[in-house]
Design a protein around this ligand. Structure first.
Ligand SMILES: Nc1nc2c(ncn2[C@@H]2O[C@H](COP(=O)(O)OP(=O)(O)OP(=O)(O)O)[C@@H](O)[C@H]2O)c(=O)[nH]1
Length: 234
């Protein structure tokens, strides 16, 4: 059955101006490390981490995109398919704060309205702040985004950011499952499948129409779990 074999994987893009701490945030979250060195990201980078949300296993695939405009053409291509987004600005960089609207627009243009959070990083440098707290809060309110003040350096609120996104994404899935009538096929198949393995996908021709039969891919599933928790698909 689908419910037992489906794996929840979320593609998350982390965006914001250069040097706000995007790579550091992903490294901290996935590897538990922080380095003081600044190595500008060229194009995109990728790390992943598996977490449990309400007892469900969720795989977060974190895409680290370059903050420099010169890489815009490359990075935009990687926004495609993103299911969640982290918008980051830095406590010590006013331009990065002012650029948030434009980052949001860039992501929205590619993937529409996906679960998104706003993060003010480097809160350990609050004494050097160039952004008033009311301004940051007003921005979050205007964009209707959950707002986190974080310090990757001090490991403050980093886990919470990604947990919140995973929560929001699962909530949306549940909502969609409730709203969308799940497509029942006559042979007890339903319309959401893991399509990653070609060996589990067969294609026939019937009455001149292509019929694609997709079956869940058991190889990728470590646990037999229903990602919708108490929410039944059938
Ligand atoms: N004090 C402080 N420094 C931080 C924090 N997070 C990151 N940094 C530093 O900020 C610099 C830039 O961090 P990166 O993670 O490389 O920034 P980025 O946003 O990925 O930059 P691009 O790759 O150019 O887009 C590095 O020197 C980090 O060590 C933080 O929470 N506090």
């Amino acid at each position: 059955m689908l419910e037992e074999d489906m794996e929840v994987a979320i593609k998350v893009v982390v965006v914001g101006n250069g040097a706000v701490g995007k790579s550091s945030m992903i490294q901290r979250y996935c590897k538990g490390i922080f380095t003081k060195d600044y190595k500008k990201t060229i194009g995109v980078d990728f790390l992943e981490r598996q977490i449990a949300v309400n007892d469900e296993e969720v795989r977060l695939m974190l895409w680290d995109t370059a903050g420099q405009e010169e890489f815009d053409a490359i990075t935009k291509a990687y926004y495609r398919g993103a299911q969640a987004c982290v918008l980051v600005f830095s406590t010590t960089d006013r331009e990065s704060f002012q650029a948030i609207d434009s980052w949001r627009e860039k992501v929205e243009a590619e993937v529409g309205d996906v679960p998104t959070v706003l993060v003010q990083n480097k809160i350990d440098l609050l004494e050097e702040t160039v952004i008033k707290s009311e301004e940051a809060e007003a921005l979050a309110k205007r964009l209707k985004l959950r707002f986190y003040r974080a310090s990757v350096k001090e490991d403050l609120n980093v886990n919470e950011v990604f947990k919140c996104l995973a929560d929001k994404y699962l909530q949306r899935l549940r909502q969609q499952a409730a709203e969308t009538e799940v497509v029942h096929m006559t042979s007890n198949k339903i319309g959401v499948f893991n399509t990653t393995s070609s060996t589990t996908c067969s294609q026939n021709s019937s009455n001149g129409k292509e019929v694609i039969t997709l079956r869940p891919n058991k190889q990728r599933t470590k646990k037999s779990k229903n990602p919708f928790g108490g929410c039944s698909l059938l």
